[in-house]
Design a protein around this ligand. Structure first.
Ligand SMILES: C[S@@+](CC[C@H](N)C(=O)[O-])C[C@H]1O[C@@H](n2cnc3c(N)ncnc32)[C@H](O)[C@@H]1O
Length: 97
């Protein structure tokens, strides 16, 4: 069996959307930790339970806006879609968030 590895660069959501359903064996990721001003978690979970992303407008680690908050449902829906049945996710996170 020939295996071909590729490195794809770009926005995570844009890249995930290009992958076919059930085509990925595992997702190993170190996403943003959201080391920012603590959000109102009632608001966050209300959004997430409705399947929506929470938009955090503060800057995160070292003033980077990409680190303002952790990935929400839009990303994980795509990860779940592309994973093969029985696929695994290994996801790093920050202890605070
Ligand atoms: C916690 S850091 C991971 C650091 C990495 N483990 C390392 O050692 O360099 C999160 C990474 O996600 C990247 N990132 C943030 N938003 C992204 C997005 N929308 N699409 C792709 N990568 C993104 C950031 O550039 C950052 O490198």
């Amino acid at each position: 069996m020939q295996s071909i590895n590729k490195v794809l660069q770009g926005d995570r959501l844009d890249l995930l959307k290009k992958l076919p359903n059930h085509s990925v064996d595992a997702c190993v990721t170190d996403p943003p930790y959201g080391l920012s001003k603590e959000p109102n978690f009632r608001e966050v979970f209300s959004k997430w339970m409705a399947g929506e992303d929470y938009i955090h407008r503060n800057k995160g680690f070292m003033g980077k806006s990409w680190d303002s908050f952790v990935p929400g449902p839009a990303i994980w829906r795509e990860v779940y879609r592309v994973l093969k049945p029985g696929g695994h996710i290994l996801c790093f996170s920050g202890t605070r968030t």
